[in-house]
Design a protein. Sequence first.
Lengths: 262, 297
Amino acid sequence: MTPKLEISAVTKDYAPLRGGLAVRALDNVAFSVSEGEFVSLLGPSGCGKSTLLMLIAGFERTSRGHISVDGREVTAPGADRGLVFQDYALFPWKSLIENVMYGPLKRGLPRRTCEEIARRYIDLVGISGFENHYPHQLSGGMRQRCALARSVANDPAVLLMDEPLAAIDALTRNTLQEEILRVCDARDGRPRKTVIYVTHSIDEAVFLSDRIVLMSPRPGRVFDIIDVDLPSPRTDATRQHPEFHALTKRIWESLKIYAKPE
Amino acid sequence: MERGTGLSAEKKRPIGRGGAARTLATPSSKPPPQSDPVSTSRMSARQSRSLRLIMLPLLIVALWQLAAEFQLYNTVLLPPPERVATAAWSLLLSGELIRHLVDSLRRIAVANLVAFVTAVPLGILMGRYRPFEDFMDGFLNIIRPIPPLAWIPLAILWFGLGEKSVVFITLISAFFALLINTIAGVRSVDKSLPRAALTLGASQRDVIRDIIVPATLPHIFTGLRIALGVSWMSIVAAELIAASSGLGYMISYYREVLRSDLILVGMLSIGLIGFAMDRGLVWLEGRLLPWRTRLEM
Ligand SMILES: Nc1ncnc2c1ncn2[C@@H]1O[C@H](COP(=O)(O)OP(=O)(O)O)[C@@H](O)[C@H]1O
Ligand SMILES: [Mg+2]
């Protein structure tokens, strides 16, 4: 069976800015992700996590190597790869429901159907009652819920998330981590979502993931891939699990050499 | 202050983070009704605001009238407000003021319409596609510093005296105001927004229509406000030379017959109409772009 997402020997050089040297953001990165897997990219900032996500999304081209989704090589952005941004990227002139309807409408579904889909997902992420609000009227947590609904409602083959909770306050963040897992679960006859999740929080990566890809900076390389064998569903109890602590400790030990002295 | 320059639509309704968060308490589709003390204090705030707005003009008129009464200056050069008011009234009654005003307004409308339908699409393409901007930039930047007045001789040569010349000259400055603001608007669109649309299945053309245009509308509004402002500057100059009607023509006609009261009527009419049009646009923007209140962080 072909993997859902395959990253083979990907190198990315950014063109030099004003006569400087080219930046090698990724160096020979390779791993694959199977259907329904939740994989986190974890590493200090500047190690190329966002770059890799942009390559998968198709906004940047690889300098060397290939990326394929469902066996098809990525050449341009498309609806099969949903993207959730740290800054939400909701359309400020659209109400929440219009935001969520955007993807289904672009797929050519009738308006009524799109509205039903949007309501279902708005309900799923727990912001029903706010359908007709505009993004600027909501808190960061609610905006990110809406952005999540917008991406998942469009049923992408792979869901890409770039530090979606980095700007969310710590209390809300824990709840939202559970929500993300719940929303990505199998439902309505659809299999569990395949997710690539970028974070620089060790706890978050361990809590959410089936596997964690550890990256080191300058140039960005994969230096370890860690399986997370924590029971599902992940709940508050997961955070107390001995394995949870063992993993966070182990990952910290291997990443701390990259922590910047400050 | 910000009202005077007329360029800051930013701070109309300051809904801060705190304010936005507070509305979250009740998940109703409408914001909660304001309690009485809040709304009354807001009303009086607005009233005292408009009071402050007209205070200085009234004061100036009063001082001016007094100075004239006591013969503190030569009233042939600057007639007292009373005489200006009488002149305005007679011009209104005879229909002359309205006729000139309508002529000027029509030219401004046509010029801005043409400027709008050319500058906005061009600005969107230039803002979106760097190579196209490089291609256009040299040409446009040579044309832009040429003041509208310098076009008058050529305009008369091309279009003759009258309507077309005036519209052409008015159009030039409006065009650049709109173009520059549109380009700046497209540039300032949050890069994530087109990307979000593309990952939701939008085509490049969808991105322009669904994302770039609505995201740029606030800047286009600003451009339109500036365009209307500069329109008055160039139209008066153009009408002085190239037309036989319009407020600019009216002013220059009464200069020849030395009627400073009627000149002042023309000048003040332009001021008042310009002010009203700008307020109208601000109001329209609030109506059309309600999401605008908290766009930029
Ligand atoms: N568009 C770009 N042009 C040039 N260099 C870039 C660009 N984007 C990222 N980089 C560089 O690539 C490296 C990786 O960046 P990024 O992928 O954003 O890291 P992360 O998301 O892990 O913090 C950094 O050194 C950054 O400066
Ligand atoms: Mg990043």
